[in-house]
Design a protein around this ligand. Structure first.
Ligand code: FAD
Length: 293
């Protein structure tokens, strides 16, 4: 299939991109890596009249630690995150998730911002951002706005971005000593979307108790699901207490809202929510114990 005809704009600044978005409103779509937008246009699931390509807007592609955050420009491509020594060493949850997205062709083009803005329940990065307690920085006609990940993902293909807003930056709290994370993803075959996946980030105190816990699920509901109940159960408890970890995994089972489809029956996906969350918690704790900062 080929897409329906559209007008193409390639702004050279964020201001110009915002102006174009305002001018064309609902008729326009932003183009980042194009790895979801273009297939959807080719299948005529969507037929935008105007495409605003962000790829010539400078200053949207970077990975740096600054002001207490790992800051990632919205247009940063997956391969840059995958190859970043900083991310590999200090942000294993993000590194593990990005390295499992699709295949190298998609990872050469797809962007971190595009992944979260697309908000497909099968996208890997929404759960990662929920587990980290990340923030999204949007810019629009009324200036800049910071949105917590828990408020950002509104539903399938829906985010908290308002008309005219563009995601500019993703902020992940800077890695602390004794922090660690893991992303466990079950796929039908390498490079596929998840049947089910669990994202876990923890910080341990000096007595090995949970000081911070973030747990979120991919492909297990209409959007990425943050498992608050499991986080609460673990906070303040010893990370060596296996029964607490089992309890948290059970709460992930309860929080999952999967549907039966080609990737498996509902009951199986729910079981996987439990198994993957338990394993991700154990791996995250192991990593946190040996991470000195
Ligand atoms: C074969 C294949 C396999 C895949 N497997 C996986 C997988 O395993 N896991 C996974 O997570 N993803 C997977 N994907 C999807 C891929 O990760 C896409 O790259 C991602 O969903 C969208 O990112 P993008 O940069 O390509 O965005 P685009 O496709 O360009 O845009 C997606 C949407 O986000 C909007 N958007 C993009 N950037 C911004 C911004 N800065 N501000 C506001 N709105 C914006 C666009 O308007 C559009 O609506 C796969 C894709 C393919 C083709």
């Amino acid at each position: 299939m080929i897409p329906a005809p559209f007008e193409y704009y390639s702004p050279s600044s964020l201001e110009e991109a915002i102006e174009l978005l305002e001018r064309f409103g609902e008729d326009a779509k932003l183009l980042a890596g194009g790895q979801s937008l273009i297939p959807m246009m080719k299948l005529r699931i969507i037929e935008p009249k105007v495409i605003i390509d962000l790829n010539r807007v400078p200053g949207l592609s970077y990975i740096r630690e600054e002001g207490g955050f790992l800051r990632i420009g919205a247009l940063t491509r997956y391969y840059m995150v995958e190859e970043s020594e900083l991310v590999r060493r200090r942000y294993p949850l993000l590194h593990e998730a990005v390295s499992q997205i699709a295949d190298p062709v998609v990872r050469n083009m797809g962007t971190v911002g595009g992944n979260v803005c697309h908000s497909d329940p099968a996208n890997d990065l929404p759960a990662v951002m929920l587990a980290y307690g990340a923030e999204m920085v949007a810019v629009g006609p009324n200036g800049e706005r910071v949105i917590g990940a828990s408020e950002f993902f509104r539903g399938p293909y829906q985010t908290d971005l308002r008309p005219g807003e563009i995601l500019k930056e993703i902020r992940i709290p800077q890695a602390k000593p004794r922090s660690g994370g893991a992303y466990l993803k079950l796929e039908r075959r390498a490079g596929d979307f998840a049947i089910a996946a669990s994202a876990v980030q923890v910080v341990l105190d000096s007595s090995d108790r949970f000081e911070y816990v973030g747990i979120a699920l991919t492909s297990l509901g209409p959007t990425a699901i943050r498992v608050d109940a499991a986080e609460k159960v673990l906070l303040g408890r010893s990370s060596s207490n296996l029964s607490s970890i089992n309890e948290a995994a059970e709460l992930a089972y309860k929080a999952a809202e999967p549907v039966s489809d080609l990737r498996g029956p509902e009951w199986y996906k729910r079981e996987m929510a439990k198994v993957l969350t338990k394993r991700a918690l154990l791996k995250a704790v192991e990593r946190a114990r040996s991470f000195t900062g």
